[in-house]
Design a protein around this ligand. Structure first.
Ligand SMILES: NC(=O)c1ccc[n+]([C@@H]2O[C@H](COP(=O)([O-])OP(=O)(O)OC[C@H]3O[C@@H](n4cnc5c(N)ncnc54)[C@H](OP(=O)(O)O)[C@@H]3O)[C@@H](O)[C@H]2O)c1
Length: 254
């Protein structure tokens, strides 16, 4: 099935792409980027690389033309994404796309005032109202974004700045979220469903950091967590993701 991937040059997009290429012919893949040159190696393989920019709505219908399904990978311009994603959904519909899978965020329910969730909730609503078949992939917080991105800043400043306090989070391995997206794109029976994709351990940041620090002896509990050792620990020691339906019943479909 002709499949359009937005954000194909990014971390999530390229991991998805590599996996899809083991299951699909490259000519089935349409890859969207603001800088198509970044995807030149995939163009050589036979993928259809096209220009597309959420901030240039006129580029979005040509980018989607001929695609039957789309993986809409959320952008990172928080506060502007409902418009950006809404334009992408509208363009996909005009271009004849029949199904959209969207990378949302765990907890993006009505009334959640976190800025990131407002964008995702708004996008989910537009998707549901579009009349297209949809699959919403509510990814939990990626473990690697904590260990690779947030920790170095915490060590540099000596302060852990987060609004979570002792609130608990089910970190998830991004690989599991990518695998879930691939399963949805290559499988059937996922139409008009929303999946929460989270790790099974619900723990506060302090607890995650303590465990990650044990990955390498250290006098500073955060220093191991900031290194690759922490991400490796998370990948190998933390339990793999479980996908649960909104009502909480475990599903084995992805
Ligand atoms: N669940 C979590 O904990 C978590 C953590 C981090 C991120 N996220 C979400 O996951 C998404 C993907 O993460 P990532 O690590 O793959 O991000 P990334 O590596 O920064 O990639 C972002 C992608 O978005 C594309 N993009 C950005 N602005 C665009 C625009 N105006 N029009 C079209 N495409 C645009 C970029 O494409 P080009 O530059 O090629 O145009 C790039 O491929 C993020 O954007 C964020 O929404 C979730």
């Amino acid at each position: 099935m002709k499949t359009l991937i937005t954000g194909a040059s990014g971390n999530f997009g390229s991991m998805t792409l590599e996996r899809l290429l083991t299951q699909m012919d490259p000519t089935e893949l349409i890859l969207m980027s603001r800088k198509p040159d970044k995807l030149a190696e995939y163009a050589k393989l036979g993928c259809d690389v096209r220009f597309g920019d959420f901030d240039r709505p006129e580029s979005l219908v040509p980018a989607a033309r001929g695609a039957e399904q789309m993986l809409l990978i959320s952008g990172h311009k928080v506060g502007h994404r409902i418009r950006q994603h809404g334009d992408a959904i509208e363009a996909a519909k005009l271009a004849g796309v029949r199904r959209i899978a969207y990378t949302s965020y765990f907890g993006s329910d009505e009334g959640n005032t976190a800025l990131v969730c407002i964008d995702h909730h708004g996008t989910e609503q537009l998707l549901k109202a579009s009349g297209l078949a949809y699959t919403i992939l509510r990814d939990g917080m990626y473990g690697d974004s904590i260990f690779n991105a947030a920790m170095p800043a915490a060590i540099a400043t000596g302060q852990w700045r987060m609004c979570a306090g002792d609130g608990k989070v089910n970190l998830v391995d991004r690989v599991d979220c990518v695998d879930s997206a691939v399963a949805v794109l290559t499988g059937s029976g996922h139409e008009n469903r929303t999946y929460n994709i989270v790790g099974p351990e619900r723990r506060c940041t302090r607890s995650w950091t303590r465990s990650a620090s044990r990955a390498r002896p250290s006098t500073n509990s955060m220093s191991a967590a900031s290194s690759g050792a922490a991400t490796t620990w998370f990948r190998t020691s933390a339990k793999r993701a479980t996908a649960v339906s909104p009502c909480g019943a475990t599903t084995s479909s992805i």
